[in-house]
Write a protein that binds this ligand. Structure first.
Ligand SMILES: [Mn+2]
Length: 357
């Protein structure tokens, strides 16, 4: 038992989950928000927090919101099959009785369409920080692979049983974040996976991971391969107009596996946004900071050590506007990585149709 004279403040002795619940307790409703085009980690985190609040503060409505779209086929499968009820953020009127809780993102990082309401609580694991003034409860742990790991910890602390569907969501939320090599994860992520996996619906998990893909998915890969340029150990690929914004990240994941590169940058146009995704092959790349330098004054960026994303809003989408912006991006990236821009060449030659023998 702790002595009365113990100098540690009472608040620090409490579980994080207790402080989180105390933060939202005075409010009539909880509105969960995340970054634009939420990923499995964001979706699972919202689902887990809803379960936690519903159990510990019964009768309190909890709304899960979507900013932007559910873009990637795996994410759509997750939302449809779990299922995850989402309300478009623009349909939610946020008032003084609402506790806005932000997961997997931080305020003022340009990762949201609108930031009208300051969240009372923020749970995030991104390396690039945001504006946290006025945020009452902060759980920011950049050493963790996933926000879902934090939420799993809260559920464990509160002794909340998880349904197979919630366990599946949290498993995929963590797995989808820590699947690259070298892994950006911690023992806490692995511990959460060990606890969640026996509780997950493995068939549901397999269905989420293997969705059918539409023709434009393959067409975008063809564009990206045909418009990929190699500058020493950097591959820069221009994907053109993309059917959904998350495919840029998939392409960056694809190109970073090339055995001659240490950096991959993919760029595509979605609506009036140039979307960028960068990958570093090795730890210590500080991708988020590199991409922030690249888009400085043009747009926003942020992320992790090996992976980051960004967006540049364009005034118009005329070819010369796009070409100018691409030139600036390429120039800044190569300057930042100390690479001679003149030494670039096409990754692949144009491929003719191969005649049958
Ligand atoms: Mn995340």
């Amino acid at each position: 038992m702790m002595a009365e004279s113990d100098a540690e403040p009472v608040l620090l002795r409490q579980h994080r989950s207790e402080r989180f619940l105390a933060t939202v307790a005075p409010f009539a409703r909880v509105v969960l928000v995340s970054h634009v085009n939420p990923d499995p980690d964001a979706l699972a985190s919202m689902l887990g927090l809803r379960t936690l609040v519903e159990l510990r503060q019964p009768g309190k409505p909890v709304i899960l919101t979507v900013d932007g779209m559910i873009a990637r086929a795996e994410n759509r499968a997750m939302v449809d099959l779990v299922p995850i009820p989402l309300v478009p953020i623009e349909h939610v009127v946020i008032g003084p009785n609402d506790a806005v809780v932000m997961v997997d993102s931080q305020p003022g990082t340009g990762r949201r369409a609108s930031e009208a309401a300051t969240p009372v609580a923020v749970l995030d694991h991104h390396e690039t920080g945001g504006k946290l003034d006025g945020v009452l409860y902060r759980d920011i742990r950049a050493n963790l692979g996933a926000t879902s790991t934090m939420v799993t910890g809260y559920l464990l602390e509160q002794n909340v049983g998880v349904s197979p569907r919630l366990a599946t969501s949290l498993t995929y939320g963590i797995e989808s974040e820590v699947s690259g090599y070298p892994r950006e994860s911690s023992p806490l992520d692995d511990g959460a996976l060990v606890w969640l996996f026996p509780r997950a619906d493995k068939d549901l998990l397999a269905r989420i991971k293997n969705p059918k893909l539409s023709q434009d998915y393959f067409a975008t890969f063809q564009n990206a391969l045909a418009n990929a340029f190699l500058y020493q150990d950097v591959v820069v690929s221009w994907c053109g107009v993309v059917p959904q914004p998350d495919i840029i990240a998939e392409l960056a994941d694809f190109f970073i596996r090339f055995d001659r590169v240490n950096w991959a940058l993919s760029i595509g146009l979605f609506e009036n946004l140039l979307k960028l995704s960068i990958r570093a092959a090795n730890l210590g790349g500080h991708s988020g900071e590199v991409l922030r330098v690249v888009v400085d004054g043009l747009g926003t960026a942020g992320g992790h050590d090996k992976r980051a994303g960004g967006a540049i809003p364009l005034a118009d989408t005329r070819p010369e506007t796009i070409e100018n912006t691409l030139r600036i991006i390429r120039h800044r990236l190569l300057a930042r990585l100390d690479i001679d821009e003149q030494r670039g060449h096409r990754l692949l030659e144009a491929s003719p149709i191969i005649q049958a023998p």
